[in-house]
Design a protein. Structure first.
Length: 759
């Protein structure tokens, strides 16, 4: 009995962790529109969302239907077996959601739970079938996969519908408001606000409070039967309220729509999704309570008790709600997921979170220049349409400033209103959908319709959407596979399998923590480089940028030496490390690229010499890194392709070049880092000697080709390495020469200054 009591305790611990990772992912559903449009301060938005979550948790009266949903039939499983299933599900869920949170990818917590249950129960059922000597077709007795298929089909449909409706409604809203929406807020805004708040109210009642203890089923049926009349009444009421607010106060009524939508979605999330996070754990607890009084053998006691639903306990829901609130306020990963959707929908250009891919390029290339809405409009209307979509300077959300909104209140209100209405409508028809998928696709559809995906950003935004959607489809597969494997480990491994799972979860959390911290540090460096530019005296450029250049020289020095040694010994592991080191240099150099752009934007008249110096530095750094990457890739590809190695004499010459190059780069880095250029003439001497040695090697290789001493592959490799090395030498010398001139030709009180980002 003690081991199962430990299982129950651990299930509650896992439930708390699942709440943390689940809220971190689902927070995007109700936060992104308010935060992206800056409808209020972040503190105010969080307070409103907090109230919504608290009310939702307080009024949640739903049934713990995880086992009753029909994913598996509990009456055919013993107590031990259902405990294995629930343990595998909870372990898998926290690892899976934490992984998605780390990379800022929103996914469906409902889909993950369903397919984790399916995967774990299929494994346990398969073990039972094999042990009973039955055919695998008998698994269908234990499992009902039709529900999972229904969910998938429903999600496919909801994704397409949400995206399409988001496009259409945003297009209409922009035609009505234009980007200069403040001029029309007291006319069109009142009608729009009445419609939006009526839709949000309907959503709040039918989705957020449908399971509240004080709302009877009969009352809901009456409301549902009179939905049209109630919506009309709600519209008139909210239109009147909006008129009064607009007439007698300066409060923007679109902010009211956004904040009300945030509250409604947060409440619905807590009242409906909370039980999903803790459902498997509570189902395990209920199974334990049913088994303990019987004193029966846990391996033979069948779990008919779980076939019926059981109500959520308020004493459990309230602490769960508190955990959700704390996560909402303090989880950095929740912000990461929210920022993904906001960045994909922002109106301005800037740093993109996703790189382009083949699918995105094909989609953008295929649809570029096509005005789908304009195809259905008369020619005389097109100019008026273009006027509505013309961005004005005071529109907001269109500056590359850190404190600028990502999009305006019109789009934010569309996102929340359309999401609320679609979710409420699907709920009334008992159609399966994911709130995450609906809210995300509405936001993406409204972004596309609002022309936020311009020529400079479309391929990256589409790539991001494709990546997120691919993650959705992988959620089901990964959840099924991982839960199945973990259930097998528990069923066959006993206490050792249990320990393996604990180690697996701890290691996974540590790994994702490190990855997330590195990603956040990189993002912060780049954003600082873009936004935190300032004017500094010319001589300070050496202190501000020369340090990072010196670090790059030293990184290339180490990578070059390792590349030559790895090539000589055909050490694939060493060459992979070289490639990784060069990728890290490339990635870190992004902050320099964005700093360059942000700095040039802020440049003043009369400081052309400063901007020219910065431009030269930028150009040289690209050349230097390109040559280093080429050397790393050439060496690795040669070994990976199992091509013939170089001659021993060639390796000896390359090793000598590597040694001399290291000393040369050390000297260059030292001068840049310390601003001590008294040995500058030695740079010229070392450079001349290195280049002379390289010319000699090139001549010897050419002579060897004529004598048929070297093969074509041999020569291609050798020439590639030597010629790129020659470029490294030349560029390093140009760096030192550039900063030497700055040091010697300008005094500390020089009249010109250089714009640059802080390191």
């Amino acid at each position: 009995m003690s081991i199962f009591l430990l299982f129950v305790v651990l299930l509650f611990v896992l439930a708390a962790l699942d709440l943390v990772v689940g809220v971190a992912n689902d927070a995007v559903n109700f936060l992104n529109s308010a935060i992206g449009s800056k409808a209020a301060s972040r503190r105010t938005i969080m307070i409103i969302a907090t109230l919504g979550i608290f009310m939702g948790a307080l009024f949640a009266g739903g049934m713990m239907e995880v086992a009753r949903k029909g994913i598996f039939n509990p009456q055919f499983f013993s107590f031990t077996e259902v405990m294995f299933i629930f343990m595998a599900v909870m372990f898998t869920d926290i690892v899976l959601l934490d992984f998605f949170n780390t990379f800022g990818l929103p996914t469906s917590t409902t889909v993950s739970i369903v397919f984790e249950l399916l995967g774990a129960s299929v494994t346990i059922a398969a073990i039972k079938v094999l042990s009973n000597g039955e055919d695998f077709s008998h698994i269908s007795t234990y499992i009902n996969s039709s529900n999972a298929l229904t969910i998938i089909v429903g999600i496919f449909v909801s994704v397409g519908v949400a995206f399409t409706v988001g496009i259409i409604v945003q297009y209409i809203a922009r035609l009505l408001f234009s980007f200069d929406y403040k001029r029309r807020i007291k006319s069109v805004g009142i009608i729009w606000s009445g419609i939006a708040l009526a839709g949000i109210s309907h959503f709040l009642l039918f989705k957020g409070m449908k399971d509240a203890p004080f709302v009877s089923k009969d009352f809901l049926k009456v409301l549902e039967a009179n939905t049209g009349l109630l919506m009309l009444g709600a519209f008139l009421f909210w239109a009147a309220v909006s008129f009064a607010i607009s007439r007698f106060t300066r409060f923007n009524i679109l902010k009211l729509v956004v904040l009300a939508g945030t509250f409604a979605l947060a409440m619905a999330f807590a009242s409906n999704d909370l039980v999903n996070f803790i459902g498997p754990s509570l189902a395990g607890f209920e199974a334990y309570r049913a088994w303990v009084p019987t004193g029966a053998n846990p391996d033979s006691y069948m779990m008919e008790a779980l076939a019926a639903g059981y109500p959520a306990n308020t004493y459990i829901l309230i602490p769960a709600g508190i955990i959700m609130l704390l996560t909402l306020w303090f989880s950095k990963k929740a912000r990461t997921v929210t920022e993904t959707e906001v960045s994909l929908g922002r109106q301005s250009d800037g740093l993109e979170r996703f790189s382009s891919n083949l699918v995105a390029r094909w989609l953008v290339r295929s649809t570029s220049g096509i005005d789908f809405m304009g195809m259905f409009l008369p020619e005389k209307w097109k100019n008026k349409v273009e006027e509505s979509f013309r961005v004005t300077p005071d529109s907001g959300a269109f500056q590359n400033e850190r404190d600028a909104p990502a999009f305006d209140l019109v789009r934010a209100s569309v996102n929340l209103t359309v999401s609320s209405i679609l979710i409420a409508f699907a709920t009334s028809l008992k159609l399966p959908l994911s709130t995450t998928y609906v809210t995300f696709m509405v936001a993406m559809g409204s972004s596309l319709s609002d022309r936020a995906w311009g020529r400079d950003s479309a391929v990256f935004r589409v790539s991001g959407v494709v990546s997120v959607m691919l993650g959705w489809f992988l959620t089901a597969f990964i959840a099924f596979a991982v839960a199945a494997i973990l259930a097998l480990i528990l069923a066959k491994g006993g206490i050792i399998g249990f320990i393996i799972l604990i180690v697996f979860v701890v290691a996974s959390f540590y790994y994702t923590f490190v990855i997330h911290r590195q990603r956040e540090e990189k993002k912060e460096r780049i954003l600082s480089a873009i936004h935190k530019a300032e004017y500094i005296p010319a001589l300070e450029i050496i202190h501000d940028t020369a340090h990072s250049i010196a670090s790059n020289l030293e990184a290339v020095r180490d990578a070059y030496d390792l590349a030559i040694k790895g090539l000589s010994s055909e050490d694939r592991s060493a060459l992979r490390k070289v490639t990784q080191a060069m990728e890290k240099v490339k990635t870190e150099n992004e902050e320099f690229r964005y700093a360059f752009y942000g700095s040039i934007k802020r440049i003043e008249e009369g400081i052309a010499e400063g901007s020219r110096t910065y431009l030269l530095t930028y150009d040289l750094m690209q050349d230097f890194i390109q040559s280093a990457v080429m050397i790393a890739d050439t060496a690795r590809n040669h070994v990976e392709d199992v091509l013939a190695p170089l001659e021993d004499g060639q390796y000896a010459k390359l090793n000598q070049i590597s040694k001399d190059l290291a000393e040369y780069l050390n000297l260059c880095a030292y001068m840049l880092r310390t601003r001590d250029f008294k040995d500058f003439p030695s740079i010229k001497i070392n450079k001349k000697k290195l280049l002379s040695d390289i010319e000699l090697l090139l001549a010897q290789q050419t002579e060897g080709i004529k004598n048929a001493s070297y093969s074509a592959r041999n020569s291609i490799l050798f020439f590639s390495l030597i010629l790129e090395t020659k470029d490294l030498i030349a560029v390093a010398a140009r760096f030192v020469k550039l900063y030497y001139r700055l040091e010697t030709q300008h005094t500390p009180d020089s009249p010109w200054v250089l714009v640059t980002g802080n390191e």
